[in-house]
Ligand binder design. Structure first.
Ligand SMILES: [Zn+2]
Ligand SMILES: [Zn+2]
Length: 359
């Protein structure tokens, strides 16, 4: 059983965490009884029963506990345990608040230079008002014509404009230069290399061919993650969920339909997240209520893979810069550690991290 975990230990651990979270006694007892039932059996018999699906024939073992044992024997942390462990220490609301408090800026925002609704200055002043130390301006790249993506010439002009605006902004705050660059069909990035190299932070996103088959999408994303210019993988599944609670009317983001939902694209998340961890590229936790991307299941995978993260609003208007909490809540539920979130770092640390990718 190379690589397997100890299923009895996992069952006991779940019981302990349930107990500490003050869950109902019968739930705790279910896991303790299952652990006790298995403790008397040889490991081979447990494995054979798991393979044959006959664990539930044992007194004290139910459907849920049997599934935990089966998962454990494959060497994977049982989903149930992972879920308990992610909210360990109790209150996810408090964890989300703490994470929000630790954020110093935002790494994904749009102005009226592409499909945002407001000038750069207004976005910057709203970010100052929120207490940010920096805002990365990430307008779209040339091929996303529907969102008025910036040609190389326009991006060069924008860089000059940002430098001017930065002169006028309060001390202690600055706009960092950036782009949300399209990841093209072959995985290359939709902007000139020398320009990408000049930018402080590069977010790369898939906006086209979202229904590519899994193998093709995986290759495409892996190639982008390996690109030394890319720092953050934007809204990785591209899904659109119907937003509730927040009116998205006039929310900008002309690159997509505002009203329709869209399923997540298919890609091998384990491989893509392993590459992000290997190259030190951040997986974006997109805060937009109509995106909630990545979904929690994938977010947990990325946590386990050891990826860095960026909690980004993808704001297309000043008020949307205050959407960080939507991402913090999901991050807290999935056990994202604050120190692995790149926008909890100061601007100097963040830009040095991004620059190191291309070094
Ligand atoms: Zn996007
Ligand atoms: Zn965007």
């Amino acid at each position: 059983m190379a690589g397997s975990r100890d299923p009895i230990e996992d069952l006991r651990r779940i019981a302990f965490l349930l107990e500490r979270a003050n869950e109902a006694t019968y739930r705790v007892r279910a896991f303790r009884s299952a652990a006790k039932a298995l403790a008397g059996l040889p490991a081979e018999e447990i494995a054979a029963r798991a393979a044959a699906g006959t664990l539930t024939e044992l007194a004290g073992v139910g459907e849920v506990t049997a599934r935990c044992v089966t998962e454990s024997l494959t060497g994977e942390e049982p989903v149930y345990l992972r879920r308990m462990a992610s909210v360990e220490g109790g209150d996810p609301g408090a964890a989300a608040d703490a994470l929000r408090g630790a954020l110093r800026g935002d790494c994904h925002s749009h102005s009226d230079w592409s499909d945002g609704g407001s000038p750069i200055e207004e976005m910057a002043l709203a970010a100052v008002h929120l207490g940010h130390e920096y805002l990365v301006l990430t307008d779209h790249s040339p091929r996303l014509t529907v969102a008025r993506g910036l040609t190389p010439a326009r991006l060069r002009r924008q860089l000059d404009r940002v430098a001017e605006i930065n002169e006028q902004l309060p001390a202690g705050f600055r706009i960092l230069t950036g782009i949300e660059v399209d990841i093209l069909a072959d995985g290359s990035l939709d902007q000139e290399d020398d320009l990408l190299a000049r930018l402080d932070v590069v977010v790369g996103s898939v906006h086209s061919g979202l229904r590519d088959d899994e193998a093709r999408m995986t290759r495409r994303m892996l190639r982008a993650v390996e690109n030394p210019h890319l720092d953050i993988l934007g809204h990785c599944t591209g899904r659109r969920v119907s937003a509730t609670g927040v009116g998205l009317k006039g929310a900008g983001d002309a690159s997509h339909s505002r009203t329709r939902t869209r399923p997540p694209s298919a890609f091998d998340a384990r491989r893509v997240f392993a590459a992000c961890a290997e190259y030190g590229k951040a997986v974006e936790i997109n805060c937009r209520p109509d995106r909630l991307d990545p979904p929690k299941r994938l977010l947990r995978l990325a946590v386990e893979a050891g990826c860095p993260f960026a909690i980004d609003t993808d704001a297309h208007a000043p008020g949307q810069l205050d959407w960080l909490m939507f991402g913090c809540e999901r991050a807290a539920l999935c056990g994202v550690p604050a120190e692995r979130v790149v926008n909890t770092w100061d601007a100097g640390t963040l830009t040095a991290w991004a620059a190191a990718h291309a070094a």
